[in-house]
Design a protein around this ligand. Structure first.
Ligand SMILES: *Cc1c(COP(=O)(O)O)cnc(C)c1O
Length: 459
């Protein structure tokens, strides 16, 4: 008895409780019969311009597992493209959103404001890089955050031109489709595109072999020659490129660009829509490179799956817009804001930055082991829960690095049939990306990688 009284209190930060067993389970062919039926209904009424990676219809999700309408369970290595970063249906997010639904669902912040919007702005000011006064505007989607970042930078600088990097992805709205690298499928036939958008060379060490200083010199030469600093409003950069294939820039590249931007009055904007919100083992991937951007764009993972996005940055830049110039009907919706507050609290309470680093170590070690066996794996790269492998033609990984999109398609299909959902990426479609939720266990990663190992063996 006394023993029990004197023993230390049990740890409060215990493992999360899952409502769905964290394991894969395949009980039908993929897609199963009910999914096939739903796909037929969908084909009759949903625009053919909307595609799906895997036509299995999801009924429930929890942690890092998806359950489809046929009862199949998938290990989710995509997290809705890095959205359910803290886990599907995470209990504190569900509770916060449910509570907010009962109190007030909408007022429009630009008519009558509410606390949750202010709280999200405070949390963003606290957790984005940089120790200066920061302000935020909340919007609905990543592309809308990009649009607003550009608007704000143009207003602040009084300049017209927008620069982005090769292999970038910034969205599907009119301005952002001009900012993407790939015309297909994002811009082809949808023009005319927005003008004054310039694509500068990026840092892609696996292919260009340049160190950070040399890659930055090449980028800056382009900006100075093709645009001219005095006309450049902003340079928008993903610290780790998402759709492009998780390219990690060479050390010193991003800070050299920021120095040049600061010296030339250019607003440098971090598109952290995919890489932010604890995805990489840091709140923002910019921190990995010591980069302190002028503006930071947040979206995907911020509200546990509810639509919310933000532009956050230097107060003097954010305040340059006239009142009424920024905003929108649904921007900073109270339910999405309540969920976002719960996401920030969950990152702190559950030590999710540490979890991200754990996942990065486990995934990297597992994938490096596969790379040692299979010579189509050219490179393993990324940070935290944002890791990718680039696949090349056999015998070319040390030399010409010829893209191998067919292998990526084979691996993704093979894995899906066995209950592992993988996303592809890459300008040449030759990258497999791992964006699991931070709830994914080492056991689940190991199980998923064993399937991927079989997939490579069957190549
Ligand atoms: C997803 C994404 C966007 C666009 O976000 P949406 O919410 O789909 O509009 C922009 N930039 C990056 C880096 C992204 O990953």
């Amino acid at each position: 008895m006394t023993d029990t009284l004197n023993s230390p209190a049990p740890s409060i930060a215990s493992a999360p409780v899952y409502t769905i067993a964290q394991q894969r389970k395949i009980v039908t062919s993929i897609p199963g019969p009910r999914s096939v039926e739903l796909q037929q209904r969908r084909n009759a009424v949903v625009s053919g311009g909307v595609s799906s990676v895997l036509p299995v219809y999801i009924e429930k999700a929890n942690g890092a597992v998806l359950v489809d309408v046929d009862g199949n369970q998938f290990i989710d290595f995509g997290a809705g493209i890095g959205v359910t970063t803290i886990g599907h249906t995470e209990a504190s997010v569900v509770a916060a959103a449910t509570g907010q639904l009962q109190d007030v669902i909408h007022t429009l912040f630009t008519i009558t404001p509410y606390e949750a919007y202010v709280r999200v702005a405070e949390l963003l000011a606290e957790h984005t890089p940089g120790d200066f006064a920061k302000k935020t505007v909340l919007v609905n989607s990543g592309a809308e955050a990009v649009e607003n970042g550009v608007k704000i930078a143009r207003k602040y600088t009084g300049r017209r031109a927008v620069a982005v990097l090769d292999h970038a992805y910034h969205g599907r709205t009119n301005l952002t489709m001009a900012m993407n690298y790939k015309a297909m499928p994002y811009a082809a036939g949808f023009g005319p595109l927005a003008g004054d958008v310039y694509h500068a060379p990026s840092s892609y060490p696996y292919h260009d072999g340049l160190n950070g200083a040399d890659a930055a010199t090449r980028t800056i030469a382009y900006l100075e020659k093709v645009i001219g600093a005095s006309d450049l409003a902003c340079l928008v950069v993903e610290p780790i490129q998402g759709e492009g294939g998780f390219m990690v820039p060479a050390d010193g590249y991003l800070t050299a660009l920021q120095e040049w931007c600061t010296a030339n009055g250019v607003v440098m904007i971090a598109d952290e829509i995919q890489s932010g919100m604890a995805r990489t083992g840091h709140y923002y991937a910019s921190e990995i490179f010591g980069w302190v951007p002028d503006l930071v764009l947040t979206a995907k993972g911020i509200a546990g799956g509810l639509p919310l996005a933000a532009v956050t940055g230097r107060a003097e830049i954010m305040d340059s817009s006239q009142p009424g110039g920024l905003g929108g009907t649904f921007g900073g919706n109270p339910v999405a804001c309540a969920a976002a507050v719960a996401v920030f609290e969950s990152i702190e309470r559950n030590g999710l930055l540490t979890e991200g680093r754990r996942i990065g170590r486990t995934l990297t070690a597992g994938l490096e082991a596969l790379k040692a066996t299979y010579d189509v794996i050219g490179e393993v790269r990324g940070h935290g829960a944002m890791i990718a492998i680039e696949l090349v033609q056999p015998g070319t990984r040390g030399t010409t690095k010829v893209p191998n999109a067919a292998a990526v398609t084979h691996i993704a299909n093979f894995a899906a049939e066995r209950g592992v959902l993988l996303l592809t990426a890459g300008t040449y479609g030759n990258v497999l990306r791992f964006l699991p939720s931070l709830a994914v266990t080492d056991e689940l990663i190991a199980d998923g990688l064993s399937v991927i190992d079989e997939a490579f063996a069957a190549l």
